[in-house]
Design a protein around this ligand. Structure first.
Ligand code: ADP
Ligand code: ADP
Length: 226
């Protein structure tokens, strides 16, 4: 259960790039929000501010009504899945999935239970002892998602998670993500360049350009021309 609100968010990088300007959006519980727009329009920067990997220059971000602007990433109850998977290469799949839980002080037993449960959901149990380099692209992406879901966060942020996969795998993983969204009852924000992904996964689509929101609407509102 999570609502997320962004109020008049700005991000100016050192050097003066205005990456995001006056971005406001109220996300309801269990929504699946899609960010689309050309490269450099501020999609990743916005996700990174929500995750706390980047400070907002101005504005307020709240989760379930609580301001998180000053909250450390690990305390935000948010998980982020990156395009390049961002797995730790020297760790096994198990340890990759366990890492965020260890960081938060979970017991060994609780960690094992959560990792096995997530591995079951994502059908990666046979891979737990492998290192990332011994996995296919699709398997790596499952592990990256596994690492995100073990913590049962309130909010999932996904930055083009499928863009490195081939077309067939993309279709398969798209269906997996839709299932995960249902099963986890999660609130999602998802960046993609793929119009089919946007239309099939999104409850609402946010179109950005030059750091500004141009349009917000349901897939039907944005893509159907009567
Ligand atoms: P998108 O995800 O839509 O491709 P980004 O959020 O990555 O866009 O980038 C938005 C703008 O901010 C771009 O002009 C980009 O060059 C700039 N930018 C992104 N990250 C940094 C950074 N760490 N330092 C300076 N400028 C950045
Ligand atoms: P978790 O799954 O708990 O978020 P991670 O393994 O992803 O754990 O990250 C461990 C720590 O590193 C966290 O505090 C997270 O905020 C930080 N971190 C993860 N990815 C990045 C990144 N791309 N840039 C900066 N910090 C990051």
């Amino acid at each position: 259960m999570a609502t997320l609100s962004l109020k008049n968010i700005y991000k100016t990088y050192p050097g003066g790039v205005a990456a995001v300007q006056d971005f406001s959006l109220a996300v309801e519980d269990r929504e699946f929000i899609i960010f689309v727009g050309p490269s450099g329009c501020g999609k990743s920067t916005t996700l990174r501010m929500i995750a706390g990997l980047e400070d907002a220059t101005d504005g307020e971000i709240t989760i379930d009504g609580v301001c998180v602007n000053r909250m450390a990433p690990k305390d935000r109850d948010i998980a982020m899945v990156f395009q390049n998977y961002a797995l730790y290469p020297h760790m096994t799949v198990y340890d990759n999935m366990a890492f965020g839980l260890k960081l938060r002080g979970y017991s060994k037993k609780a960690i094992e239970q959560k990792v096995l449960e997530a591995a079951e959901i994502l059908e990666i149990k046979p891979l737990l002892k492998r290192k990332p380099k011994a996995l296919s692209g699709g398997q790596r992406q499952r592990v990256a998602m596994g690492r995100a879901i073990v913590r049962e966060p309130k909010v999932f942020l996904m930055d083009e998670p499928l863009s490195n996969l081939d077309a067939k795998l993309r279709v398969q993983m798209r269906a997996e993500i839709a299932k995960l969204h249902q099963r986890l009852k999660a609130t999602m924000i998802y960046v993609t360049h793929d119009q089919v992904e946007a239309m099939t996964l999104g409850t609402r689509i946010v179109v950005m350009k030059d750091g500004v929101i141009q349009q917000v609407g349901t897939p039907r509102e944005l893509y159907q021309h009567p």
